[in-house]
Write a new protein. Structure first.
Length: 160
């Protein structure tokens, strides 16, 4: 069995008049994330970690933000397509560990649904996806609620 690790990071700006999609679910909040897609920063970090683990470039390489077909796209579709790109190379997802940096909203209560949603999209066990949340103690752009960032580490596997 060959195993590889990958790391992903993403940031999106918080603005008024947009929905807040995080971890594949819609959250109630006064602002939402701005992007070409639904701007689900956690799913984008996970896509980048998966692509990085397989040495397959990054999310913008496969799904350019200049392409009309990805305008306002549900990032769950991009995550599913990413898992399929890895499957074409013989890789399956081992486990994922991710952190969302957001001053608000409180995410704790929503994390189980994010885990279930993402696990279903990726075809993995809920137990194989860990999602954590932290504030940045009011420091920096996340602390000022100007944006939300996310980090993800993944392990992928392939039979030799
Ligand atoms: N948006 C957030 C941020 C944090 N949490 C939870 O609160 C705990 C404490 O956060 P600190 O940034 O003060 O360390 C953190 O461990 C999370 O459980 C949250 O739910 N939503
Ligand atoms: C997802 C894509 C494509 O719709 O757009 P954004 O929502 O702007 O997200 P980003 O994390 O900047 O990069 C990938 C993009 O190509």
């Amino acid at each position: 069995m060959k195993i590889r690790v990958g790391f992903g990071f993403d940031v999106h700006q918080l603005v008024e008049g947009r929905e807040l999609w995080l971890g594949g679910i819609l959250l109630e909040h006064t602002k939402g994330l701005l992007g070409h897609s639904d701007a689900d920063v956690l799913l984008h970090a996970v896509c980048d970690a998966l692509l990085g683990a397989a040495n397959m470039r990054d999310i913008g390489y496969h799904f350019p933000d200049t392409a009309g077909e990805y305008k306002n796209i549900d990032s769950k579709i991009l995550l599913k397509k990413t898992v399929e790109l890895l499957a074409d190379k013989g890789y399956t997802v081992g486990n994922i560990d991710a952190t969302i940096c957001a001053e608000r909203p409180k995410l704790k209560a929503h994390i189980p649904l994010m885990q279930e949603t993402m696990a279903k999209v990726m075809g993995i066990d809920v137990d194989d996806i860990s999602i954590k949340a932290t504030t940045t103690e009011k420091l920096g752009f996340t602390g000022r609620e100007e944006g939300i960032s996310a980090y993800a580490t993944v392990l992928i596997e392939k039979n030799n």
